[in-house]
Design a protein around this ligand. Structure first.
Ligand SMILES: Nc1nc2c(ncn2[C@@H]2O[C@H](COP(=O)(O)OP(=O)(O)O)[C@@H](O)[C@H]2O)c(=O)[nH]1
Ligand SMILES: [Mg+2]
Length: 267
């Protein structure tokens, strides 16, 4: 496993003053889960006895802005200058260990559908993060970001985390950086998204950006698991071999029925 996929330090936002996500250290819940995993795995680093957590991140933006290149730089550490339209790829799966807890991130690239601006809702559904990408060397691509973001976010019942990414920063002249940042930050603010600048060619900020998505979606998943655990009424309570369940008899009253496990005759 690559060292970069073992996350023990909390990855902070590129600009901590403007991000809508103020979290800049691991929550106590994440630390407790990690301690629990260390204890039940008998301290074997990289081994786990607890369920792998998952997140889905989708990438959207005009054709040619650099979505596939960004994903390829992160997942395979490759960069190709020759343009090849994406065909037939659904998603990449990247495995992380976040504070000793296994975590898989599905990274969804478009399969060229963005050309027709009609990406199916099933592509967006169940996203934990939406990454809207524009080309810093072609600011026209910034003007469509709101539509991409709205379409992707709107297909989700639970609001995903939002990121706005300026790619191809290696093509931007130093004197223009400030202007790009100003325009990018203004758009990010409008979208309620966290702003990043990257270059898939040089690798600038690529690792940091993906680590940030991984850790924020991991923390968001933990928070919603905890909320759900406190709000959902328990339907069935498993007590060792016995199963306690509520059943309705013909008179309509509720009572507790107890089922015995066949391998536990003396219970
Ligand atoms: N110089 C430079 N070119 C890039 C960068 N990212 C992508 N490209 C080029 O931009 C073109 C479109 O990239 P691609 O990733 O296929 O865009 P997509 O259609 O959004 O997936 C390709 O020719 C890439 O080589 C970058 O960071 N720097
Ligand atoms: Mg592509």
């Amino acid at each position: 496993m690559k060292v970069s996929r073992q996350l023990t330090e909390f990855p902070v936002a590129l600009d901590q003053d403007t991000t809508p996500y103020g979290l800049n250290q691991f929550t106590p819940s994440a630390r407790s889960l990690s301690d629990l995993n260390s204890n039940i795995s008998n301290g074997h680093p990289g081994s786990s006895r607890i369920a792998v957590r998952m997140a889905k991140a989708v990438f959207v933006g005009d054709v040619g802005v650099g979505k596939t290149s960004l994903i390829n730089r992160f997942c395979r550490d490759i960069f190709e200058l020759n343009y090849k339209p994406t065909v037939g790829i659904d998603y990449e799966m990247e495995r992380f260990w976040i504070l000793n807890v296994p975590f898989n991130m599905q990274i969804w690239d478009t399969a060229g559908q963005e050309r027709f601006k009609c990406i199916a809702a099933s592509y967006y559904r169940g996203s934990n993060a939406v990454v809207t990408v524009f080309d810093a060397s072609d600011l026209e691509s910034l003007s469509t970001c709101q539509r991409w973001m709205d379409d992707a976010v709107g297909a989700n019942a639970v609001p995903p985390l939002k990121f706005l990414v300026a790619t191809k920063m290696d093509l931007v002249n130093e004197n223009h950086r400030e202007k790009i940042d100003q325009m990018g930050l203004r758009m990010a603010n409008l979208l309620g998204a966290e702003y990043w600048t990257v270059s898939s060619k040089t690798g600038e900020n690529v690792e940091q950006f993906f680590r940030r998505i991984a850790v924020l979606t991991f923390e968001m998943g933990l928070a919603s698991e905890i909320t759900e655990a406190f709000t959902r009424p328990p339907k069935q309570i498993h007590l060792n071999a016995a199963v306690l369940r509520t059943s309705n008899n013909q008179d309509g009253d509720s009572r507790v029925a107890m089922k015995k496990c066949s391998s536990c005759k003396n219970f």
